[in-house]
Design a protein around this ligand. Structure first.
Ligand code: HEM
Length: 626
């Protein structure tokens, strides 16, 4: 889907009359107009009266005999806003406000005038309220044009066209695995006399099958725009080293608040994340950790949405950022503590050095430069250790389908794939390796005479770091295979469930029960296509609407966003090759509520997913800023 450059949908008729050029535009920028319209819209959403008291705006300003020129309407919007701002008791009539939203979403200083000029008087006289989006129920408003505008304001690039994603390699691999082909033994030839072997690979596209191309694989890490700069006191950083370093290198906004399109672009360009995975990761962050109205999200804690003003009332409070526990962030992370673990002091963000040391120990503390020490096998082994460590130490350990299963397991794999450096082997092919030097920089850890030293928020790529060939992107299909590789090392890693309030009481939800008998644990292990469908159904399709209900006041808008940007990549994979991926009603949110550690945590409040709004209420959480 191409959002950035798509023209907003054009209604049959226009709500304002005579084509008219503003001699002196009252609004200086499109952002200002959008902001004004949204503020009115928000007030309308809160309004209980049908009367537009104290303002000069009325529906008849846009239709019928009293139609106004675009300039006048805009000026009136601003006057109305001023009145409403002065008197908080004033109410905005919902219909009028929806029209404003319609106008601002279709307006620009020049574009609308041009459209207007194209219309003749006859057509304009057909103007009617039917031209506007439904305003009987604000939650059903179609805000796609607004989203497109917001994307443009954010300097959007084209979003991926998911219909072009090719899953044939995944389907082939899936068929091989079903036929009994072992999942993780796909050894590429040794690279001979360099002393270093090519790694065993798990991804569908092997970076070692590409000739090394210094120019194509170069990533700017030294220019003024992209050199490493540690975060300032007001910059947000969070639990994801990949995102932290992208902000430190200026590929994400250095303040730590990014956007849907910037996030997709950055992880694709710098790390070679495939578009479907990039979209899925970013869209989830926007809807659950950010603001669907301006498509921003934070790589750490809460933030104030800036692009479109104070619009976050549509959410229940400010956007929480990816720190928010049990939404994106989960337990048994690589080197961070569990949010509810005793003694963790609710710190799920900072590196816990003993866990980091465990990882170094698994790599035998091998410091040989250029050696591929931290492979996917080592990291998935570490994931298995961390999982059992959490079960044994955190009475509230919880492994959800998305935050737990997908995100924290994928994150281990991300280290092996993306922190890894690339070089040329003696045959001229790309060789991917992760040695200690690159690992330490990625996690902002140093070896000192006094032991390991961690500097929060200083994650970086070394200037000698080179990206994998872009032909060998890593996608959503690779995430599915990663989970199966992890389960081949330790089947526990494919379990959704948690402790019952005491350590070592882990109970996994039964796959057969969850899927109404469609799948069982063994089918998942042997069938990547079944696993893709399972993850899609329980992690996204069923659960996301429930979460949206918890987090948003205006659920219709959030669900519209979800369907377009979040469900689409997952559904495409789950149904690739004609797989029916039938839905099953697992009642997953209800199942989660059995586990005391499943409480979500956002903006200082905790609550069970199923308890919805009423259950929210709890402790203040810490916000980590550097
Ligand atoms: C839009 C893209 C991304 C989002 C929204 C995202 C989000 C997250 C979140 C929420 C966590 C915390 C998970 C936990 O509880 O352990 C996390 C952890 C992690 N992420 Fe990302 N991430 C993204 C991209 C990346 C990329 C591109 C990389 C690698 C270059 C990466 C590497 C990691 C690693 C290694 C961790 C684990 C940190 C630890 O446990 O110590 N992420 N990410």
């Amino acid at each position: 889907m191409r959002v950035g450059r798509m023209a907003p949908s054009r209604p049959n008729s226009y709500p304002v009359a005579v084509p008219h050029r503003c001699k002196k535009p009252e609004a200086t920028s499109l952002g200002e107009i959008v902001e004004t319209g949204f503020e009115l819209y928000r007030m309308a959403a809160d309004s209980t009266s049908k009367t537009l008291r104290g303002t000069s705006i009325a529906p008849s300003s846009f239709t019928g005999r009293n139609k106004q020129s675009p300039c006048r309407v805009r000026r009136r919007m601003q006057e109305s806003l001023a009145v409403v701002r002065r008197s908080r008791q004033s109410y905005v009539e919902e219909g009028a406000a929806m029209m404003l939203v319609w106008i601002v979403s279709n307006d620009s200083q020049s574009a609308q005038h041009k459209q207007m000029e194209e219309l003749d008087e006859k057509e304009l006289s057909k103007s009617s309220v039917a031209a506007f989006p439904s305003y009987a129920d604000l939650s059903k408003a179609d805000i796609s044009a607004v989203l497109e505008r917001a994307a443009q304001l954010n300097g959007a690039k084209d979003l991926p066209d998911l219909s072009k994603v090719d899953y044939s390699a995944f389907l082939e691999r899936s068929a091989q695995i079903k036929a009994g082909d072992e999942l993780i033994k796909r050894q590429t030839p040794n690279s001979g006399n360099t002393g270093f072997e090519q790694r065993t690979f798990h991804a569908l596209i092997n970076p070692a099958s590409f000739k090394y191309n210094a120019q194509e694989q170069h990533v700017d890490l030294t220019s003024d725009e992209h050199k490493f700069i540690p975060p300032g006191p007001n910059d947000i950083r969070g639990p994801c080293p990949g995102l932290n370093l992208l902000a430190n290198h200026g590929y994400l906004n250095r303040n730590g608040v990014t956007t849907l399109t910037q996030g997709i672009d950055a992880i694709n360009k710098v790390f070679g994340v495939a578009y479907d995975l990039a979209l899925a990761l970013n869209a989830y962050a926007v809807v659950f950790n950010g603001n669907i109205l301006d498509l921003t999200w934070s790589i750490g804690g809460p933030y104030k949405s800036q692009s479109l003003g104070a619009l976050t009332d549509i959410l229940l409070g400010e956007p929480g950022g990816i720190d928010a526990h049990n939404i994106y962030e989960g337990d048994a992370s690589i080197v961070r503590q569990d949010y509810y673990a005793p003694d963790a002091n609710h710190d799920n963000v900072l590196v816990h050095l003993p866990y980091f040391q465990d990882l170094l120990d698994l790599g035998n503390n091998d410091q040989t430069p250029g050696k591929d020490v931290y492979t996917a096998e080592v990291l998935l082994k570490h994931k298995s250790n961390r999982w059992h460590q959490s079960v044994a130490t955190n009475p509230l350990f919880f492994n959800s389908a998305f935050g737990g299963l997908v995100v924290t397991t994928a994150a281990e794999r991300f280290v092996a794939e993306f922190a890894a450096n690339n070089t040329v082997d003696e045959n001229g092919y790309n060789r991917l390796y992760l040695d200690e030097k690159n690992l330490l920089a990625f996690f902002s850890v140093e070896r000192t005479d006094q032991g390991l030293k961690y500097t929060p928020g200083n994650e970086r790529l070394l200037t000698s770091w080179v990206r994998r060939p872009l032909g060998a992107t890593f996608g959503l299909d690779d995430i599915v295979l990663t989970l199966l590789s992890a389960a081949a090392i330790d089947p526990s890693l494919l379990s959704v469930g948690g402790n019952a309030g005491q350590v070592n009481t882990f109970t996994g939800l039964d796959v057969g029960n969850l899927t109404g008998g469609l799948y069982n644990f063994e089918t998942l292990l042997k069938d990547p296509q079944a696993t893709a469908c399972y993850l899609y159904q329980i992690g996204i399709e069923e659960l996301v609407p429930t979460q949206v209900n918890v987090l948003y006041k205006a659920t219709g808008q959030a669900l519209d966003f979800v369907a377009k940007y979040l469900t689409a990549p997952w559904k495409n994979l789950a149904t690739a090759g004609g797989n029916p991926c039938d839905s099953f009603n697992s009642n997953i949110a209800q199942q989660y509520s059995k586990f005391p550690g499943s409480k979500i945590e956002r903006n200082g409040q905790t609550g069970l997913l199923t308890g919805l709004l009423g259950a929210l209420g709890g402790k203040k959480r810490r916000t980590v800023r550097y």
